[in-house]
Design a protein around this ligand. Sequence first.
Ligand SMILES: [Zn+2]
Length: 305
Amino acid sequence: MKSIFFRSLQLIFALSVLTTAAFGIEFNRYHDQEEIAVYLRQEAAARPELVKFEVLGKSHQGREIAMVTLTKASSPEAPALYFNGTHHGNERASTEAVLALIDHLIKNQNQVAIDKILRRYRILLQPLVNPDGHALNLRTDSKGIDPNRDYASPNKADKDAFQIVETRIVRDLLQREKVIASAAFHSGLEAVLWPWCHSPQQSQHDPVFRALAAAASKPMQVNRTTQSFYDYQTEGEYIDFAYMRHGVYALTFEVSHEAAPAANKLQATVRRTVQGSLSFIRAVDDLMNNPQTPSPVLSETQASL
Ligand SMILES: [Zn+2]
């Protein structure tokens, strides 16, 4: 006969498996990178038909840089929507918001609207662009370089950009995937921002960016939406690069006034961000189905005008 101790252990194990399967991940606290790695792998292992886990590379200090792709599309050519977090390592709400979006899409995969999106698109989700900064609680990477100033832009040639492996990984991902729209999550401000960051001039797609920002900001309960330059001028941001080089409708979602709000405020923060992201995805989908929409694929020369 099995001991009570052994049976209790079995019960605890079974309950923990059930709990993990039923609830995925909770946002009443922040997660370390080991927990994030386990969570992403578990979701992919439990639902291989929906979730694909991939290691994109390693950070300068050797930490894993991972991504999951969620899709029900049969074609690997299906257009991609790309969400990333933690360009700035101390902006921990941005990390958790990407995890929350993964969790929400998985749990609600059979809801009609989400099922439709998953059938049409590949949704790429990368919680940690800058894992060294996250581990060290730094805005920058371990050498003091700001990843979100390290991309090429209309005024910054590739040879002067991509000094760090973390941005080269994002650059190569955009080269590989047919990304049509993207949101880079940040925290420390509440705003939705769009290109250009480097110039006061409006981009050719300013009305589209404005419409997408409006769609995202309302459910995020964020009042500030503006071309990024008018927040403040920067050179070498991810969104300028993604738009300039690949015609991606790339926006910055600043999800919280604090870079890392108190744990008891985290749940509400990530919930708002998930709702904003879903509204953004729906708006992109509407755009794709509207033949009047200007093509998002444009040459670098056009984009830099
Ligand atoms: Zn940031």
